[in-house]
Design a protein around this ligand. Structure first.
Ligand code: ADP
Ligand code: ZN
Length: 437
Protein backbone atom coordinates (compact mmCIF):
# COMPACT_ATOMS: atom_id res chain seq x y z
CA UNK A 1 0.00 0.00 0.00
CA UNK A 2 1.35 3.38 -0.96
CA UNK A 3 1.22 6.40 1.27
CA UNK A 4 3.02 9.71 1.05
CA UNK A 5 3.10 10.37 4.80
CA UNK A 6 2.22 7.03 6.29
CA UNK A 7 2.57 8.02 9.97
CA UNK A 8 0.11 10.85 9.55
CA UNK A 9 -2.25 9.13 7.16
CA UNK A 10 -2.64 6.08 9.39
CA UNK A 11 -2.47 7.84 12.77
CA UNK A 12 -4.84 6.31 15.35
CA UNK A 13 -8.15 8.23 15.57
CA UNK A 14 -7.59 9.24 19.15
CA UNK A 15 -4.30 10.83 18.20
CA UNK A 16 -5.82 12.65 15.24
CA UNK A 17 -8.48 14.11 17.48
CA UNK A 18 -5.93 15.20 20.06
CA UNK A 19 -3.89 16.85 17.35
CA UNK A 20 -6.99 18.55 15.96
CA UNK A 21 -7.98 19.91 19.37
CA UNK A 22 -4.52 21.29 19.96
CA UNK A 23 -4.45 22.85 16.49
CA UNK A 24 -7.98 24.20 16.76
CA UNK A 25 -7.08 26.05 19.94
CA UNK A 26 -3.95 27.41 18.41
CA UNK A 27 -5.58 28.50 15.14
CA UNK A 28 -8.32 30.33 17.04
CA UNK A 29 -5.73 32.13 19.15
CA UNK A 30 -3.75 32.85 16.00
CA UNK A 31 -6.78 34.33 14.23
CA UNK A 32 -7.71 36.37 17.27
CA UNK A 33 -4.24 37.83 17.49
CA UNK A 34 -3.41 38.25 13.82
CA UNK A 35 -6.58 38.85 11.82
CA UNK A 36 -8.62 41.99 12.27
CA UNK A 37 -11.60 40.22 10.66
CA UNK A 38 -11.52 37.24 13.02
CA UNK A 39 -10.53 39.26 16.05
CA UNK A 40 -13.78 41.17 15.81
CA UNK A 41 -15.85 38.09 14.99
CA UNK A 42 -14.44 36.00 17.81
CA UNK A 43 -14.76 38.86 20.28
CA UNK A 44 -18.38 39.43 19.32
CA UNK A 45 -19.23 35.73 19.58
CA UNK A 46 -17.67 35.55 23.05
CA UNK A 47 -15.10 32.98 21.92
CA UNK A 48 -12.19 35.38 22.36
CA UNK A 49 -8.75 33.88 21.92
CA UNK A 50 -10.06 30.33 22.17
CA UNK A 51 -8.64 29.58 25.60
CA UNK A 52 -12.07 28.38 26.65
CA UNK A 53 -12.10 25.68 23.95
CA UNK A 54 -11.84 22.38 25.83
CA UNK A 55 -13.11 19.83 23.34
CA UNK A 56 -13.59 19.60 19.59
CA UNK A 57 -17.33 20.10 19.87
CA UNK A 58 -16.68 23.57 21.29
CA UNK A 59 -16.08 24.56 17.69
CA UNK A 60 -19.84 25.14 17.59
CA UNK A 61 -19.38 28.46 19.37
CA UNK A 62 -17.30 29.85 16.53
CA UNK A 63 -19.32 31.72 13.89
CA UNK A 64 -19.34 30.49 10.29
CA UNK A 65 -17.33 32.13 7.53
CA UNK A 66 -19.08 32.44 4.17
CA UNK A 67 -18.23 33.28 0.59
CA UNK A 68 -19.82 36.69 1.21
CA UNK A 69 -17.24 37.33 3.92
CA UNK A 70 -14.53 36.77 1.33
CA UNK A 71 -16.28 39.09 -1.10
CA UNK A 72 -16.94 41.84 1.41
CA UNK A 73 -13.34 41.77 2.52
CA UNK A 74 -11.93 41.48 -0.98
CA UNK A 75 -9.05 41.28 -1.69
CA UNK A 76 -6.90 40.87 1.43
CA UNK A 77 -9.26 41.42 4.36
CA UNK A 78 -8.85 37.89 5.75
CA UNK A 79 -5.07 38.12 5.72
CA UNK A 80 -3.31 37.20 8.98
CA UNK A 81 0.34 37.88 8.17
CA UNK A 82 2.23 40.94 6.94
CA UNK A 83 2.19 41.12 3.15
CA UNK A 84 5.95 40.53 3.05
CA UNK A 85 5.36 36.98 4.33
CA UNK A 86 2.89 36.21 1.54
CA UNK A 87 4.65 34.34 -1.26
CA UNK A 88 1.68 33.54 -3.53
CA UNK A 89 -1.79 34.81 -4.44
CA UNK A 90 -4.43 32.63 -6.08
CA UNK A 91 -8.05 33.41 -6.87
CA UNK A 92 -11.20 31.62 -7.97
CA UNK A 93 -12.55 32.23 -11.45
CA UNK A 94 -15.12 34.59 -10.00
CA UNK A 95 -17.89 33.58 -12.36
CA UNK A 96 -20.44 34.65 -9.79
CA UNK A 97 -19.10 38.04 -8.70
CA UNK A 98 -15.77 39.19 -7.33
CA UNK A 99 -13.15 36.44 -7.30
CA UNK A 100 -12.24 34.84 -3.99
CA UNK A 101 -8.62 35.37 -3.09
CA UNK A 102 -6.27 32.92 -1.38
CA UNK A 103 -2.94 33.93 0.16
CA UNK A 104 -0.05 31.64 1.07
CA UNK A 105 3.10 31.81 3.16
CA UNK A 106 6.05 29.55 2.35
CA UNK A 107 4.87 27.16 5.05
CA UNK A 108 1.34 27.15 3.60
CA UNK A 109 2.71 26.11 0.21
CA UNK A 110 4.69 23.28 1.84
CA UNK A 111 1.65 21.96 3.71
CA UNK A 112 -0.56 22.33 0.66
CA UNK A 113 1.92 20.40 -1.48
CA UNK A 114 2.03 17.62 1.14
CA UNK A 115 -1.75 17.31 1.05
CA UNK A 116 -1.78 17.18 -2.74
CA UNK A 117 1.09 14.68 -2.75
CA UNK A 118 -0.97 12.43 -0.46
CA UNK A 119 -3.98 12.36 -2.78
CA UNK A 120 -1.92 11.75 -5.89
CA UNK A 121 0.02 8.89 -4.25
CA UNK A 122 -3.28 7.45 -3.02
CA UNK A 123 -4.45 7.71 -6.64
CA UNK A 124 -1.53 5.59 -7.81
CA UNK A 125 1.14 8.14 -8.77
CA UNK A 126 4.81 7.25 -8.19
CA UNK A 127 8.13 8.90 -9.05
CA UNK A 128 8.12 6.83 -12.26
CA UNK A 129 5.09 8.63 -13.64
CA UNK A 130 5.05 11.35 -16.26
CA UNK A 131 2.05 13.50 -15.55
CA UNK A 132 0.50 16.08 -17.84
CA UNK A 133 -1.35 18.86 -16.06
CA UNK A 134 -4.21 19.98 -18.28
CA UNK A 135 -5.77 22.40 -15.81
CA UNK A 136 -5.50 26.05 -16.81
CA UNK A 137 -2.38 27.58 -15.29
CA UNK A 138 -2.95 30.96 -13.74
CA UNK A 139 -4.78 32.18 -10.67
CA UNK A 140 -6.76 28.92 -10.50
CA UNK A 141 -5.44 26.79 -7.61
CA UNK A 142 -5.82 23.49 -9.46
CA UNK A 143 -2.84 23.61 -11.81
CA UNK A 144 -0.14 24.94 -9.52
CA UNK A 145 -1.53 22.98 -6.58
CA UNK A 146 -1.18 19.68 -8.40
CA UNK A 147 2.11 20.81 -9.91
CA UNK A 148 3.85 21.34 -6.57
CA UNK A 149 2.29 18.23 -5.03
CA UNK A 150 3.36 16.00 -7.90
CA UNK A 151 6.88 17.38 -7.84
CA UNK A 152 7.04 16.43 -4.16
CA UNK A 153 6.16 12.88 -5.12
CA UNK A 154 8.97 13.03 -7.65
CA UNK A 155 6.81 12.51 -10.71
CA UNK A 156 7.80 14.21 -13.97
CA UNK A 157 5.43 17.11 -14.40
CA UNK A 158 4.38 18.62 -17.74
CA UNK A 159 2.69 22.00 -17.25
CA UNK A 160 0.59 21.71 -20.41
CA UNK A 161 -2.23 23.98 -19.16
CA UNK A 162 -5.64 23.79 -20.82
CA UNK A 163 -6.75 24.15 -24.42
CA UNK A 164 -5.19 23.17 -27.74
CA UNK A 165 -6.24 19.57 -27.58
CA UNK A 166 -4.25 18.41 -30.62
CA UNK A 167 -1.04 19.65 -29.04
CA UNK A 168 -1.99 18.10 -25.70
CA UNK A 169 -2.41 14.74 -27.41
CA UNK A 170 0.84 15.09 -29.28
CA UNK A 171 2.71 15.76 -26.04
CA UNK A 172 1.07 12.79 -24.43
CA UNK A 173 2.31 10.51 -27.17
CA UNK A 174 5.75 12.06 -27.62
CA UNK A 175 6.59 12.40 -23.92
CA UNK A 176 5.18 9.01 -22.94
CA UNK A 177 2.67 10.54 -20.53
CA UNK A 178 1.37 7.99 -18.01
CA UNK A 179 -1.13 10.17 -16.19
CA UNK A 180 -3.27 13.23 -16.68
CA UNK A 181 -4.55 15.89 -14.33
CA UNK A 182 -7.77 17.44 -15.63
CA UNK A 183 -11.42 17.97 -14.94
CA UNK A 184 -13.53 14.87 -15.62
CA UNK A 185 -15.17 16.86 -18.44
CA UNK A 186 -11.87 17.50 -20.13
CA UNK A 187 -10.81 13.88 -19.74
CA UNK A 188 -13.99 12.91 -21.52
CA UNK A 189 -13.29 15.45 -24.24
CA UNK A 190 -9.75 14.10 -24.69
CA UNK A 191 -11.09 10.58 -25.03
CA UNK A 192 -13.38 11.68 -27.85
CA UNK A 193 -10.55 13.49 -29.55
CA UNK A 194 -8.40 10.34 -29.41
CA UNK A 195 -11.21 8.24 -30.77
CA UNK A 196 -11.70 10.58 -33.71
CA UNK A 197 -8.01 11.23 -34.32
CA UNK A 198 -5.45 9.34 -36.36
CA UNK A 199 -3.59 7.93 -33.39
CA UNK A 200 -5.19 4.97 -31.63
CA UNK A 201 -5.15 4.64 -27.86
CA UNK A 202 -2.41 2.02 -28.20
CA UNK A 203 0.03 4.80 -29.11
CA UNK A 204 -0.47 6.31 -25.66
CA UNK A 205 0.97 5.10 -22.37
CA UNK A 206 -1.82 6.54 -20.24
CA UNK A 207 -2.77 4.62 -17.12
CA UNK A 208 -3.88 7.18 -14.52
CA UNK A 209 -6.32 10.05 -14.30
CA UNK A 210 -6.05 12.39 -11.31
CA UNK A 211 -9.30 14.17 -11.89
CA UNK A 212 -11.11 16.74 -9.83
CA UNK A 213 -12.45 20.24 -9.43
CA UNK A 214 -16.03 19.32 -10.34
CA UNK A 215 -18.46 16.56 -9.40
CA UNK A 216 -18.00 13.24 -11.17
CA UNK A 217 -20.41 10.38 -10.52
CA UNK A 218 -19.11 6.79 -10.38
CA UNK A 219 -20.97 6.19 -13.66
CA UNK A 220 -19.15 9.04 -15.39
CA UNK A 221 -15.89 7.83 -13.89
CA UNK A 222 -16.30 4.36 -15.37
CA UNK A 223 -17.12 5.86 -18.72
CA UNK A 224 -13.89 7.88 -18.66
CA UNK A 225 -11.92 4.86 -17.46
CA UNK A 226 -13.28 2.72 -20.28
CA UNK A 227 -12.72 5.33 -22.96
CA UNK A 228 -9.15 6.07 -21.98
CA UNK A 229 -8.14 2.72 -20.51
CA UNK A 230 -7.05 4.40 -17.28
CA UNK A 231 -7.68 4.26 -13.55
CA UNK A 232 -9.32 7.43 -12.22
CA UNK A 233 -9.16 8.91 -8.74
CA UNK A 234 -11.01 11.96 -7.50
CA UNK A 235 -9.75 14.79 -5.33
CA UNK A 236 -11.48 17.76 -3.80
CA UNK A 237 -10.70 21.27 -2.68
CA UNK A 238 -11.46 24.93 -3.23
CA UNK A 239 -9.79 28.31 -3.34
CA UNK A 240 -11.13 29.41 0.04
CA UNK A 241 -9.42 26.44 1.72
CA UNK A 242 -6.21 26.81 -0.30
CA UNK A 243 -7.08 24.63 -3.30
CA UNK A 244 -6.98 20.89 -4.08
CA UNK A 245 -5.71 18.36 -1.56
CA UNK A 246 -8.42 18.91 1.05
CA UNK A 247 -9.59 15.34 0.44
CA UNK A 248 -8.99 12.59 -2.08
CA UNK A 249 -9.82 9.04 -3.08
CA UNK A 250 -7.88 6.05 -1.74
CA UNK A 251 -7.78 2.76 -3.67
CA UNK A 252 -11.16 1.80 -2.14
CA UNK A 253 -12.76 4.81 -3.84
CA UNK A 254 -15.56 4.80 -1.35
CA UNK A 255 -15.25 8.35 -0.09
CA UNK A 256 -12.34 10.77 -0.15
CA UNK A 257 -10.07 10.86 2.91
CA UNK A 258 -9.73 14.32 4.41
CA UNK A 259 -6.29 15.64 5.35
CA UNK A 260 -7.54 15.81 8.92
CA UNK A 261 -4.32 17.09 10.40
CA UNK A 262 -4.79 20.25 8.30
CA UNK A 263 -8.57 20.47 7.95
CA UNK A 264 -11.39 19.89 10.40
CA UNK A 265 -14.67 18.96 8.67
CA UNK A 266 -18.25 19.23 9.97
CA UNK A 267 -21.63 18.62 8.35
CA UNK A 268 -24.51 20.98 9.01
CA UNK A 269 -28.11 21.32 8.03
CA UNK A 270 -28.02 24.09 5.41
CA UNK A 271 -31.30 25.59 6.49
CA UNK A 272 -30.92 25.61 10.25
CA UNK A 273 -27.14 25.91 10.43
CA UNK A 274 -27.16 23.21 13.13
CA UNK A 275 -25.05 20.07 13.15
CA UNK A 276 -26.49 17.22 11.12
CA UNK A 277 -26.61 13.87 12.95
CA UNK A 278 -23.41 11.87 12.43
CA UNK A 279 -23.19 10.25 9.02
CA UNK A 280 -26.06 12.22 7.50
CA UNK A 281 -26.02 14.32 4.37
CA UNK A 282 -25.69 18.08 4.69
CA UNK A 283 -23.45 21.03 3.91
CA UNK A 284 -19.75 20.58 4.45
CA UNK A 285 -18.12 23.13 6.77
CA UNK A 286 -14.33 23.18 7.08
CA UNK A 287 -11.84 24.82 9.44
CA UNK A 288 -8.23 25.11 8.33
CA UNK A 289 -5.95 24.05 11.17
CA UNK A 290 -2.51 25.03 9.92
CA UNK A 291 -2.82 27.79 7.34
CA UNK A 292 -0.94 30.93 8.24
CA UNK A 293 -1.48 33.62 5.58
CA UNK A 294 -5.21 33.13 5.54
CA UNK A 295 -6.68 30.69 8.04
CA UNK A 296 -10.42 30.15 7.69
CA UNK A 297 -12.70 29.17 10.56
CA UNK A 298 -15.81 27.11 9.83
CA UNK A 299 -16.08 27.86 6.13
CA UNK A 300 -19.48 26.99 4.66
CA UNK A 301 -18.49 25.28 1.42
CA UNK A 302 -22.06 24.95 0.04
CA UNK A 303 -21.06 21.44 -1.06
CA UNK A 304 -23.52 18.72 -0.14
CA UNK A 305 -22.01 15.49 1.13
CA UNK A 306 -21.70 13.27 4.19
CA UNK A 307 -18.81 12.13 6.34
CA UNK A 308 -17.89 8.47 6.67
CA UNK A 309 -16.31 7.64 10.02
CA UNK A 310 -16.13 3.84 9.63
CA UNK A 311 -12.55 2.58 9.32
CA UNK A 312 -11.37 2.19 5.72
CA UNK A 313 -9.64 -0.99 4.60
CA UNK A 314 -6.87 1.00 2.90
CA UNK A 315 -5.41 1.66 6.34
CA UNK A 316 -5.92 5.41 6.28
CA UNK A 317 -7.62 6.58 9.43
CA UNK A 318 -8.71 10.04 8.33
CA UNK A 319 -12.43 10.57 7.90
CA UNK A 320 -13.84 10.26 4.38
CA UNK A 321 -16.33 12.48 2.59
CA UNK A 322 -18.71 10.94 0.09
CA UNK A 323 -18.62 12.28 -3.46
CA UNK A 324 -20.53 15.57 -3.35
CA UNK A 325 -24.02 15.71 -4.78
CA UNK A 326 -23.12 19.22 -5.91
CA UNK A 327 -23.34 22.69 -4.46
CA UNK A 328 -26.47 24.05 -2.84
CA UNK A 329 -26.41 26.61 -5.68
CA UNK A 330 -26.73 23.84 -8.27
CA UNK A 331 -29.78 22.29 -6.71
CA UNK A 332 -32.87 22.71 -8.84
CA UNK A 333 -36.35 22.77 -7.39
CA UNK A 334 -38.68 21.35 -9.99
CA UNK A 335 -42.36 21.04 -9.06
CA UNK A 336 -41.33 21.19 -5.43
CA UNK A 337 -38.81 18.36 -5.77
CA UNK A 338 -35.12 18.96 -5.07
CA UNK A 339 -32.96 17.75 -7.94
CA UNK A 340 -29.19 17.61 -8.15
CA UNK A 341 -27.61 17.34 -11.59
CA UNK A 342 -25.44 14.48 -10.27
CA UNK A 343 -28.57 12.36 -9.68
CA UNK A 344 -29.48 12.82 -13.31
CA UNK A 345 -25.93 12.05 -14.40
CA UNK A 346 -25.94 8.79 -12.43
CA UNK A 347 -29.18 7.70 -14.06
CA UNK A 348 -28.19 8.67 -17.60
CA UNK A 349 -24.54 7.76 -18.03
CA UNK A 350 -24.01 4.19 -19.06
CA UNK A 351 -27.54 3.81 -20.46
CA UNK A 352 -27.58 1.97 -23.75
CA UNK A 353 -27.46 4.03 -26.94
CA UNK A 354 -26.81 7.36 -25.26
CA UNK A 355 -23.46 9.02 -24.70
CA UNK A 356 -22.18 10.70 -21.52
CA UNK A 357 -23.11 14.22 -22.68
CA UNK A 358 -26.21 15.92 -21.36
CA UNK A 359 -27.62 19.36 -20.70
CA UNK A 360 -30.31 20.48 -18.30
CA UNK A 361 -32.58 23.25 -19.49
CA UNK A 362 -34.66 24.99 -16.83
CA UNK A 363 -37.56 27.18 -17.85
CA UNK A 364 -40.49 28.85 -16.19
CA UNK A 365 -43.86 28.06 -17.71
CA UNK A 366 -47.08 29.19 -16.08
CA UNK A 367 -45.20 30.20 -12.95
CA UNK A 368 -43.73 26.73 -12.56
CA UNK A 369 -40.19 25.61 -13.18
CA UNK A 370 -39.81 22.88 -15.76
CA UNK A 371 -36.83 20.73 -16.60
CA UNK A 372 -35.87 19.47 -20.02
CA UNK A 373 -33.03 16.98 -20.21
CA UNK A 374 -31.14 16.92 -23.48
CA UNK A 375 -29.20 13.76 -24.04
CA UNK A 376 -26.87 12.92 -26.89
CA UNK A 377 -27.35 9.78 -28.89
CA UNK A 378 -24.31 7.68 -29.76
CA UNK A 379 -25.63 6.87 -33.20
CA UNK A 380 -27.62 9.39 -35.27
CA UNK A 381 -29.46 6.52 -37.00
CA UNK A 382 -31.84 6.26 -34.04
CA UNK A 383 -33.28 9.61 -35.12
CA UNK A 384 -34.50 8.03 -38.34
CA UNK A 385 -36.83 5.61 -36.62
CA UNK A 386 -39.64 7.33 -34.80
CA UNK A 387 -40.61 4.14 -33.01
CA UNK A 388 -37.17 3.46 -31.68
CA UNK A 389 -36.68 7.08 -30.67
CA UNK A 390 -39.92 7.05 -28.68
CA UNK A 391 -39.07 3.75 -27.01
CA UNK A 392 -35.68 5.05 -25.94
CA UNK A 393 -37.06 8.36 -24.76
CA UNK A 394 -39.75 6.67 -22.71
CA UNK A 395 -37.34 4.28 -21.11
CA UNK A 396 -35.04 7.16 -20.08
CA UNK A 397 -37.95 9.19 -18.73
CA UNK A 398 -39.12 6.18 -16.73
CA UNK A 399 -35.66 5.64 -15.32
CA UNK A 400 -35.43 9.30 -14.32
CA UNK A 401 -38.88 9.21 -12.79
CA UNK A 402 -37.90 6.35 -10.52
CA UNK A 403 -34.68 8.10 -9.47
CA UNK A 404 -36.01 11.63 -9.09
CA UNK A 405 -39.65 10.99 -8.33
CA UNK A 406 -40.46 13.47 -11.04
CA UNK A 407 -41.76 13.47 -14.60
CA UNK A 408 -39.17 15.15 -16.79
CA UNK A 409 -39.01 15.84 -20.48
CA UNK A 410 -36.18 14.09 -22.28
CA UNK A 411 -35.01 15.24 -25.70
CA UNK A 412 -32.63 13.03 -27.63
CA UNK A 413 -30.25 15.03 -29.75
CA UNK A 414 -27.72 14.31 -32.48
CA UNK A 415 -24.24 13.02 -31.56
CA UNK A 416 -21.78 15.89 -30.97
CA UNK A 417 -24.48 18.55 -30.80
CA UNK A 418 -24.01 19.48 -27.13
CA UNK A 419 -21.21 21.69 -25.90
CA UNK A 420 -17.91 20.11 -24.74
CA UNK A 421 -15.90 21.55 -21.86
CA UNK A 422 -12.18 22.05 -21.40
CA UNK A 423 -12.50 23.19 -17.78
CA UNK A 424 -15.43 22.71 -15.45
CA UNK A 425 -18.63 21.70 -17.23
CA UNK A 426 -21.61 24.04 -17.32
CA UNK A 427 -24.47 21.67 -17.91
CA UNK A 428 -27.34 23.79 -16.65
CA UNK A 429 -28.93 26.17 -19.10
CA UNK A 430 -31.18 28.37 -17.01
CA UNK A 431 -33.66 30.24 -19.18
CA UNK A 432 -35.94 31.35 -16.36
CA UNK A 433 -34.82 34.94 -16.34
CA UNK A 434 -34.04 35.13 -20.02
CA UNK A 435 -37.34 34.01 -21.52
CA UNK A 436 -39.62 35.81 -19.10
CA UNK A 437 -38.24 39.30 -19.40
P1 ADP B 1 -14.60 28.32 -8.62
O1 ADP B 1 -15.43 28.89 -7.52
O2 ADP B 1 -14.06 29.31 -9.57
O3 ADP B 1 -15.22 27.14 -9.31
P2 ADP B 1 -12.88 26.61 -7.03
O4 ADP B 1 -11.88 25.84 -7.79
O5 ADP B 1 -12.45 27.17 -5.76
O6 ADP B 1 -13.29 27.78 -7.94
O7 ADP B 1 -14.17 25.70 -6.87
C1 ADP B 1 -14.33 24.88 -5.75
C2 ADP B 1 -15.59 24.08 -5.88
O8 ADP B 1 -15.47 23.13 -6.95
C3 ADP B 1 -15.93 23.26 -4.68
O9 ADP B 1 -16.60 24.02 -3.70
C4 ADP B 1 -16.80 22.18 -5.27
O10 ADP B 1 -18.12 22.64 -5.45
C5 ADP B 1 -16.19 21.95 -6.62
N1 ADP B 1 -15.27 20.80 -6.56
C6 ADP B 1 -13.93 20.82 -6.49
N2 ADP B 1 -13.43 19.56 -6.50
C7 ADP B 1 -14.48 18.73 -6.56
C8 ADP B 1 -14.62 17.30 -6.59
N3 ADP B 1 -13.58 16.48 -6.58
N4 ADP B 1 -15.88 16.81 -6.64
C9 ADP B 1 -16.94 17.63 -6.65
N5 ADP B 1 -16.88 18.96 -6.65
C10 ADP B 1 -15.65 19.52 -6.60
ZN1 ZN C 1 -9.22 4.48 2.35
Amino acid sequence: MNYFQKDIETMPRKKIEELQLERLKSVVAYCYNNSRFYHDRLEKAGVGDGSRIKQLSDIQYIPYTTKDDFREHYPFGLRSVPMKDVVRIHASSGTTGKPTVGLYTKEDIENWSDCVARVTVAGGVTADDIIQISFGYGLFTGALGLHFGLEKVGATVIPASSGNTEKQLMMMRDFGVTGIVATPSYALYLSEAIKEGEHPLSEYKLKLGILGSEPCTPEMRSQIEQNLGIYVSDNYGMTELGGPGVSGDCPERNGMHFAEDHFLPEIINTETGEWAPQGEVGELVVTTLTRRAMPVLRYRTKDITRLIYEPCSCGRTHVRMAKTMGRTDDMLIIKGVNVFPTQIESALVGTEKIGPHYQLVVRRENFRDTLEIRVELIDAKVLESFGELERLRNSIENKLRSVLGLQTKVTLVKPKSLERFQGKAKRILDLRNVENK
